[in-house]
Ligand binder design. Structure first.
Ligand code: RTP
Ligand code: MG
Length: 150
């Protein structure tokens, strides 16, 4: 087993505005800790439009982009760096599918089934790959974005 590498991995989680306003933060944190993640860093911010546009740049040409920007700027969000072995895939599995309405049917124990409302408003974010995790963690915790207001 000399070359089996079970190193800790970090991923970026966000409790989106509907997660915060629906008072799901403590339930989500409980699931995070009970699932073996540690919370390395956290930050509560009300994102401005430029920050959301930049963070979700991969979706900038999609028809839903304006509504995504409106949603993500509608209230404060809780941004966390989560760490554990296989954190990226495990957090994605915990949150469930993008469409929270479908999640309630197909993944009833997922976080999005618990607190999401539909395809757009799905209460949590998770990095979808190693590259995304690196980019997203540095987006909030390494670089300085003047648009992010405490
Ligand atoms: P996230 O990046 O927030 O973790 O979500 P995801 O990977 O599951 O889904 P993604 O395709 O990256 O979409 C990003 C967010 O955009 C909103 N969305 N709306 N057709 C629509 O109305 C639509 N599709 C996506 C959701 O808030 C989604 O989480
Ligand atoms: Mg995504």
């Amino acid at each position: 087993l000399a070359n089996v590498d079970l190193e800790n991995e970090s991923t970026l989680a966000i409790v989106k505005p509907d997660g915060i306003s629906g008072n799901y933060t403590s339930s989500i944190r409980k699931i995070i800790l009970e699932s073996g993640f540690s919370v390395q860093k956290e930050l509560t911010v009300h994102l401005d439009e430029d920050s959301v546009r930049s963070f979700y740049d991969e979706h900038s040409t999609k028809s839903f982009f304006p509504s995504l920007v409106k949603y993500m700027t509608s209230g404060p969000v809780l941004i966390m760096v989560l760490q554990k072995v296989n954190a990226i895939a495990d957090w994605r599995a915990l949150i469930g599918p993008t469409d929270a309405l479908k999640a309630k049917v197909t993944h009833p124990h997922s976080i999005r089934a618990m607190c999401g409302q539909d395809l757009g408003r799905n209460c949590v974010h998770g990095s979808d790959s190693h590259d995304s995790a690196e980019r997203e963690i540095s987006f909030f915790f390494t670089k300085t974005y003047p648009g992010i207001e405490p």
